[in-house]
Design a protein around this ligand. Sequence first.
Ligand code: HEM
Ligand code: HEM
Length: 192
Amino acid sequence: MKVGREDAAMSQVNAYKRPAVWLHWLTALLVFLTIPAAVIMLQPGIERGLQDPLFVFHKNVGVVIFVLVALRLIYRLLNPPPPLPESVPTLQRLAAETTHWLLYVLLLVMTISGYVRVTAGGFPLEGLDALGVPRFLPRSDELANTAKAVHSVVRIPLVLLIFVHIGAALYHGIIRRDGVLARMIPAMSKRA
Ligand code: HEM
Ligand code: HEM
């Protein structure tokens, strides 16, 4: 389709820069791995031999996700996202902006509540411990339980929002074909 191709070509100019693209896909990959790891590690009756490595994986990957999100936010401040194609209606722009900010907030809430739950609960955080990073919180069961509850509740809007986000990305990529998906997949705009 003519319009689709024009917009896709335009997206070469309007694409996210490489560091933003790498940070996005690395974060997405780790989130996709760490959520099933959490679900499996909390299954009743799971063997310790499987549960322990999954806990270690989940906690430490979560810390990496925190670092990636922090880097992304700093990079975003210095390099604001490129403008969306003009064909995207105002309401959709607003929805995209809100969804993206909410995803960042929820990822931060998940990683910080995870850190608080583990630290206040007196559990190891293998990666940071090996690097000699001190813990920033005292031991407190009350704090650990509050953080555990926050972690458990916030996973629901996070998962819902990820579905909405992927749905929107696929809608733009498959139905609208307006170059929005290509902004995050440089290979797509090269093919256009
Ligand atoms: C974006 C990052 C993260 C996501 C998406 C995530 C997701 C989840 C989910 C879905 C659960 C299951 C909750 C439940 O069924 O009630 C969970 C549990 C857990 N997470 Fe995370 N998590 C993240 C980061 C972290 C981090 C950074 C830590 C620790 C440093 C951590 C430590 C834990 C622990 C200890 C549990 C078990 C909670 C319990 O005691 O029942 N998580 N996480
Ligand atoms: C198959 C999975 C995914 C696809 C196809 C996808 C696609 C996209 C696309 C096309 C954009 C750019 C939208 C625009 O141009 O305005 C974007 C941005 C974004 N995505 Fe994803 N995404 C996926 C998974 C995820 C996951 C798992 C997360 C985090 C939980 C995430 C978080 C974000 C955020 C925060 C932005 C905004 C980037 C910024 O402007 O700073 N994405 N995604």
